[in-house]
Design a protein around this ligand. Sequence first.
Ligand code: ZN
Length: 501
Amino acid sequence: MGAARREIVAGSQAVRFSGAEDSAVDPVARMARYAAAAVALVLIGVLHEIPRVDGHRVRPGTTVAQALSERGTYEKYCGDEVDVAGVVLRRCGGLPPAVTVRKRTMGVDHAMGWGERAKIGRGSDVREPAQEFLTQSDDPDDGVTTTTTRYVLGSISGKQADREQVTVAPAKVTRIALTFDDGPHTNQTPQYLKLLAAYHAHATFFVLGDCAIGLSGLIKREIAEGHEIGIHSWSHRSYAGLSTEQIRSDLNRCQALLNRMGVPRVRWMRPPYGAINARVRAAIVSRGYHVALWDVDTNDWQKPPAGTIASRIMRGIGDGNVILMHDGGGDRSRTIAALGMALPKLHERGVRMLTMSQLKGLEPAPPTSLVVAEEAGKTKLTVVRVKVTVDGRAIDPPPTTAKSEGQVLVAAGAVLRAAGVECTWDNKFQTLNAKTPAGEIVLRANSRRFTLGGVDALATASAIEYEGELLAPIGLVVRLLDAKYVMEKDGSITITTTKAK
Ligand code: ZN
């Protein structure tokens, strides 16, 4: 500019407007200045076109990841791998930095081209792989409200976190007692037991003394599978036609037989034909039994079609109802077929099928908390109750045992306690905590993981919570006890700890 001004004043009185150095008006110098200005402009243009990552110039062709690494800012933007509780497990184990070029999302391996600007944002955190499972628990206060909690269990951290709790008060929990008279029956009763077990139903069998003779195995199985035994007289004679003394002796005879079969406690007596009067009732009650009649008679003994019996069962559903059927006294194939139709529906509706003592509040109903795990859901769990002996002493009543994925699962708490190990069940976290000689252990329901002395370890099969008991692989339980076990041919299990020797 100075040159231009000077040109204007040339030839007149030299008035200096600028403080620039004086020089003669030299065309070469002028050309050089133009050229410099042009180069500067080009340079400015070129500089402007140099790609930038996060505001910093980078060589064209450099990838975003390289550019960030060179400046040491990659770590600032990368996502982390976090555990189920949100605590960082691995820095930069999550998604890479988020890259936007020309309003488009790019990968960090994008090579920067001329004129490109890459905006960098923080990559998302990635949660460790986790197993989800639900627990359902009845509110102990009202027994009606159900709380469903969705848990996640981190498969790296082994941490458990609850994600969500939903508490619902269902319209009404319906509890019924299925009762079967006139048995046991060699062929028919096992079919009932199989069906009942499949639907977690517990029933009451009112047995006849002369039918039970020689069938102690069947009676024991009924007990072992959680059913209740009641007396239905010795030979089905109406008590109304017997003297008080005859009634007493009939009851005593039945009770003596059941005692010999190891039936723990008989609370209920159902008089044959339901024939009852004040005298009969007094005779029964004076021997210490409650009289068990029924609310719903399926009349299955008349052998109507199975569908008719099934619909009578279903129509008879009402809280507290006792339903009458028969497992002995004739061909009961229709009753068996009817049960096969009704049980899945009852189970699906959440109807609780309890023993007489449970229904009438004389015994606690089995816990309803049921854990449905992904693993357990996919696992076929066959539940049985077998005799388990620890150091020569049988656990009584026989604890729940299950087969799953070819493994035998035993009730860990019952076995550990029988071996003198203190343990507690934490319902909230679904863990069994125990102090074994090997150290403090935490067995977690629906997980293959357990913690021994604070260290995570893996088990071969899932520990599964079933009716309030934690079933764990027997190999694991005996390892914790430093014990050995033998499975007998009849399925019973003998565990021997080292301390016993
Ligand atoms: Zn009968």
